[in-house]
Design a protein around this ligand. Structure first.
Ligand code: AMP
Length: 394
């Protein structure tokens, strides 16, 4: 059989991230990002080998952006395209693994949209546009939530009246599943352990952040819930707050639900607490310059992260290691150091030099010999989507 070529599409509300892979090659043949779609500044940027280029899309939307992008894909290919793998954020309880998209799957993704109103409709835009342009190809959906469908009820149920679960599907779903899955495979691989006989805590720390407890290759608990707002403090998201905050703000300030929603999702987290930025790089720099808000934001971020990791140990029979990934997890020795300091009861201890070295894509262990493993593993969600797409193709 000839090596298969897979295109990965990750469609957001105003962006399309894409990557073209051949199963016989490491890395991507072509990858890039179309952003600010539907706005005057819409642009498509890509990289092929060492070559970087971009074009002005002049306000193009998703379909027009894909129509520009697909000729680039065709040109970069050394043979036919075999399938397109689509990232889908929310698969509800219906999808426990990747699957080929047909009319019924499309309907199910649409039906799940109320649980992810910002994400699933955007994912569907990409699927619809790609299916219109390549109707003859297999299109595969890879769900962020699917990995967490192995959570036991004690981890996924909220303590609210039962009909809210059975009739309204109110439960914890979890997100970032593709990333947590990729890094735990890699962690087992580089540690010489079998995935099916190893136990990990994973911290995916980016603009969105979550922790996950993975026992013998299966997600057993995770910090995000019904929506990606629950759990850790993030770039602009608050993470956990007292659920009565909503009624308190409504009563005392007369705020609407929409305003509270917006505040918790877009004005909170690192940005809200620091009063400066949602970007960890900016905050680290400001902290060094003595900015009190930046220092506090980083401190709260790391303390809450450590608390979440400690809580996640309840889901594991033993701990083989902690994994840091995502833009912050892969690049911030400071965050890793401050977080691990709060976990001394787990006997964790970092090797300062190794911690400093593991940035910008450098993978490796960063713990001191004789202490439990702490690993930095660059995530690669696109690679995992390629692997899942190949697995569905058989
Ligand atoms: P992601 O959503 O995974 O792309 O991660 C974005 C986050 O990673 C932002 O908060 C960035 O500031 C952070 N980040 C990227 N590079 C660095 C770095 N060198 N040091 C600290 N944070 C970083």
């Amino acid at each position: 059989m000839t090596a298969r070529n897979i295109l990965v599409i990750n469609c957001g509300s105003s962006s399309i991230k894409f990557a073209l892979a051949c199963e016989a090659r490491e890395g991507f043949i072509l990858h890039g990002l179309a952003e600010r779609l539907g706005e005057p500044g819409a642009v498509l940027a890509w990289q092929q080998g060492d070559l970087r280029d971009s074009i002005d899309l002049q306000g193009a939307g998703h379909e027009a952006a894909l129509a520009h992008l697909l000729p680039l894909v065709e040109k970069a290919l050394d043979g036919p395209l075999h399938a397109i793998g689509h990232r889908v954020v929310h698969g509800g309880e219906r999808f426990t693994q990747a699957c080929r998209i047909d009319a019924e799957v499309l309907r199910a993704i649409r039906d799940t949209a109320p649980l992810a109103p910002l994400h699933n409709p955007a994912n569907l835009l990409g699927i619809d546009a790609a299916m219109a342009l390549y109707p003859q190809l297999p299109h595969i959906a890879v769900f962020d939530t699917a990995f967490h469908q192995s959570l036991p009820p004690r981890a996924y149920r909220y303590a609210v009246p039962e009909p809210l679960y059975s009739e309204q599907h109110v439960r914890r779903y979890g997100f970032h599943g593709t990333s947590h899955r990729y890094v735990c495979h890699r962690a087992a691989e580089i540690s010489g352990l079998a995935l099916g006989d190893s136990n990990w805590l994973s911290a995916h720390l980016g603009n969105g952040s979550s922790t996950c407890a993975i026992a013998n290759g299966q997600s057993r608990d995770t910090s995000m819930g019904l929506t990606p707002l629950e759990g850790l403090m993030m770039g602009t998201r608050s993470g956990d707050v007292d659920p009565n905050l909503h009624s308190h703000l409504a009563r005392t300030l007369g705020w609407s639900l929409e305003r509270i929603d917006h505040m918790l999702n877009h004005d909170s987290g690192l940005l809200g607490l620091s009063g400066l930025s949602n970007d960890m790089r900016t905050l680290e720099h400001a902290r060094d310059q003595g900015h009190a808000g930046a220092a506090l934001a980083i401190e709260v971020f790391c303390y809450r992260l450590a608390k979440s990791l400690a809580a996640m140990t309840c889901a594991l029979p033993r701990l083989d290691g902690i994994i840091f990934t995502g833009g912050i997890g892969e690049n911030s020795p400071l965050v890793r150091n401050l977080t691990v300091r709060h976990l001394h009861v787990l006997n964790l201890e970092l090797d300062g030099e190794a911690n400093a070295r593991c940035v910008r894509g450098v993978e490796g262990p960063i713990h001191l010999a004789g202490h439990p493993r702490v690993l930095v593993i660059p995530t690669n969600e696109e690679r995992q989507i390629v692997l899942d797409t190949l697995a569905v193709l058989g």
